[in-house]
Design a protein around this ligand. Structure first.
Ligand SMILES: [Zn+2]
Length: 277
């Protein structure tokens, strides 16, 4: 496991510096977003699993907006076919670690924040260590992965440690987004999509669409990951800055071919083997 650690113990989460006030001026001006919201964002720590098509735009927007600490976990290396949509990478980065390259680029984009990359694959066994649980819970987990099986693992970690999980997916010209809050019993990824090995979740029409296909075997339009990553950042900013979940018990479905977005309600499955026990 390789780590690029850049922690700055001198960061003051109680006030905004002149440089921060200048950089975030347009945001602090925004109605409904004030200094307190900006300070909450500054004091937040987000762990992102996946530094690819979703992770690049989501992390870039969050870091530009002033998220204090971001930690990217990904064991992949950058390939030529990633450059079509993975916006933090350049041709000369091919062969380098996605997590480390992305973290370095994020700190170049905003030197006022802390970005860290870890080359690893998150699992039940290494979750406590990788999420730095010994130093406290992350504010939010961002699932930016590209397959159903990994999402199921991240969901189980979210429920086990009671950390909110903002999960996004993007395939072809379609995407999905949900924000689960296990501490509020809102239901979890398993409640909505069921078992990754069974194809028989409560919403099988969505499930069968989402489980088999990945960007690697089905393709994805460059704009789909950009849109979904930024919708994910949009939900994260409201959750972290305004302590508001804009997707409580709602699954967002984006269809890029029709330029349509809709919200579908869900409830906690009282028999869910992950979150109802
Ligand atoms: Zn559940």
């Amino acid at each position: 496991m390789t780590q690029l650690i850049d922690t700055d113990a001198s960061i003051d989460h109680q006030t905004l510096t002149d440089a921060e006030l200048l950089r975030y001026a347009r945001q602090v001006l925004l109605e409904g977003w004030d200094i307190d919201a900006q300070l909450r964002l500054k004091s937040s720590r987000v762990v992102m699993i996946g530094a690819g098509g979703l992770g690049c735009p989501a992390s870039e927007t969050l870091v530009r907006a002033g998220l204090g600490q971001v930690h990217l976990i990904d064991d992949d290396e950058i390939e030529a076919s990633n450059l079509q949509r993975q916006t933090l990478f350049l041709p000369e980065d091919i062969g380098q670690s996605k997590a480390l390259t992305a973290a370095e680029m994020l700190e170049r984009i905003n030197p006022l924040i802390t970005a860290r990359g870890t080359v690893a694959r998150l699992s039940a066994d290494n979750a406590y260590e990788l999420l730095d649980m010994a130093t406290g819970k992350p504010s939010l987990l961002l699932d930016c992965t590209d397959n159903f099986a990994t999402r199921d693992i991240i969901n189980r970690i979210s429920v086990r440690f009671q950390i909110p999980l903002l999960t996004a997916s993007a395939i072809g010209m379609q995407g999905q987004l949900a924000l689960f809050e296990p501490q509020l019993h809102t239901g979890c990824y398993h409640c909505v999509f069921g078992d990754p090995s069974a194809n028989n979740g409560p919403d099988t029409d969505i499930n069968t669409e989402a489980d088999e296909r990945t960007c690697a075997n089905s393709g994805v339009l460059a704009s789909t990951t950009g849109i979904m990553g930024n919708l994910q950042a949009n939900a994260a900013l409201q959750y972290l800055g305004l302590t508001k979940n804009p997707l409580t018990t709602k699954l967002l479905l984006w269809d890029g071919s029709r330029m349509q977005q809709r919200l579908m309600g869900y409830r906690q499955d009282k028999n869910c083997p992950v979150c109802a026990v």
